[in-house]
Design a protein around this ligand. Structure first.
Ligand code: ADP
Ligand code: MG
Length: 330
């Protein structure tokens, strides 16, 4: 439905490459996430989809038609901004109605649509409130209602939950997922939070330094990362030189920390490396065991519950099933 076709963006006389040859497709009804560290080009790509920026190279295709140089208001796309950008001098109803008035909707249709979207975000009682009197979570819902009001086909969300505290963020994650399911819209969300991306997305594009490194379902990206960067950025991975366990030299294997067990006696036929424990951190539900193996390669294991009979400085065997290791292709 939405095609990002070799899109590049350079700023400042071409000195800064914010986006380099991005290419992937987003389907109808998909919850799609752009994930990567700060400065990797996520917002730039979102602004190109919205029409606030034009690509230096490539095309933005909607149903096969290039919309890359059309103004924002001509695109069936709406954006919810990180700052919510609600008008402080207007009440909730006026905030939501504003965009529809700009689009010259009839007053009766506007009234009906405002009620509809307030129901959708479960805030019908708030129509006459000032947004300045509302909590962060409530403002967030109103901003969502406003973005959904003109019935866009694609809703763009730039770090929508980053201003909320952890508990509220978790609640709003479920809320976003519910809204996307109920409206059957395409959501394109930007986040630097890998847990959030895994929890919400149908598919994720992992980005770094202006490049799209891998596109796939959360399960694919988690279990079969293509590069060290992806393996390390998503979840908690160990990156071990393949030579250390007798595999092809020069390559790297990744193993998730929760797939490793740690014992002080040599392991069985499973794959294992010997390492010296450097730190034990109790995290409540589990314990993180950090260690160094041959060549000073760090290795981490996340084991259930508390750990007894193991201390910093101990020599231990870190073992995992062959099935949980993944040989990186790059
Ligand atoms: P992200 O959203 O992933 O943090 P951005 O898309 O905001 O990253 O920025 C990507 C890169 O492009 C950064 O190096 C940023 O400084 C640069 N950049 C973004 N917008 C502009 C601009 N208008 N002018 C110059 N450089 C920009
Ligand atoms: Mg950004």
């Amino acid at each position: 439905m939405l095609g990002i076709d070799h899109v590049g963006k350079r700023f400042g006389d071409g000195q800064i490459t914010a986006l380099d040859d991005a290419k992937f497709e987003i389907s109808d009804n998909e919850f799609f996430t752009l994930l990567g560290p700060s400065g990797c080009g996520k917002t730039t790509l979102l602004r190109i989809i919205a029409g606030f920026e034009h690509p230096t190279e490539g095309r933005v295709l909607l149903d096969g038609r290039d919309i890359g140089h059309e103004p924002p208001f001509k695109r069936p796309v709406n954006t919810m901004f990180q700052s919510y950008a609600l008008f402080p001098h207007l009440n909730v109803r006026q905030n939501i109605a504003y965009g529809l008035e700009m689009l010259r909707w009839k007053p009766a249709d506007i009234r009906r649509r405002v009620d509809e979207v307030l129901d959708l975000v479960q805030m019908p009682a708030f129509a006459d409130r000032r947004t300045t009197q509302m909590s962060g979570g409530q403002q967030q819902r109103i901003a969502l209602a406003r973005a959904l009001a003109p019935r866009p086909r694609v809703l763009l969300l730039d770090e929508p939950l980053s201003a909320l505290d952890l508990k509220l963020r978790k609640a709003m994650q479920s809320e976003l997922k519910r809204l996307q399911r109920e409206t059957s819209l395409t959501f394109v969300m930007v986040t630097h939070d890998q847990e959030e991306a895994l929890a919400l997305s149908d598919r994720i594009a992992v980005m770094n330094k202006g490049k799209v490194l891998q596109v796939g379902t959360p399960e694919e990206i988690y279990a079969r990362p293509k590069t060290c960067f992806v393996a390390d950025f998503i979840g908690e991975a160990n990156l071990i030189p393949a030579g250390l366990v007798g595999l092809a030299g020069g390559k790297t294997i990744s193993i998730r920390t929760e797939q490793i067990s740690v014992r002080t006696r040599p392991a069985d036929e499973r794959r294992s490396v010997e390492a010296i424990v450097t730190a034990l951190t109790f995290l409540g539900a589990d314990t993180l065991i950090e260690a160094r193996c041959a060549g000073d390669v760090p290795i981490k294991a996340r084991v259930r519950g508390a750990v007894s009979g193991l201390s910093v400085g101990d020599r231990a065997d870190f073992a995992w099933d062959h099935s949980s290791e993944w040989l990186l292709s790059e």
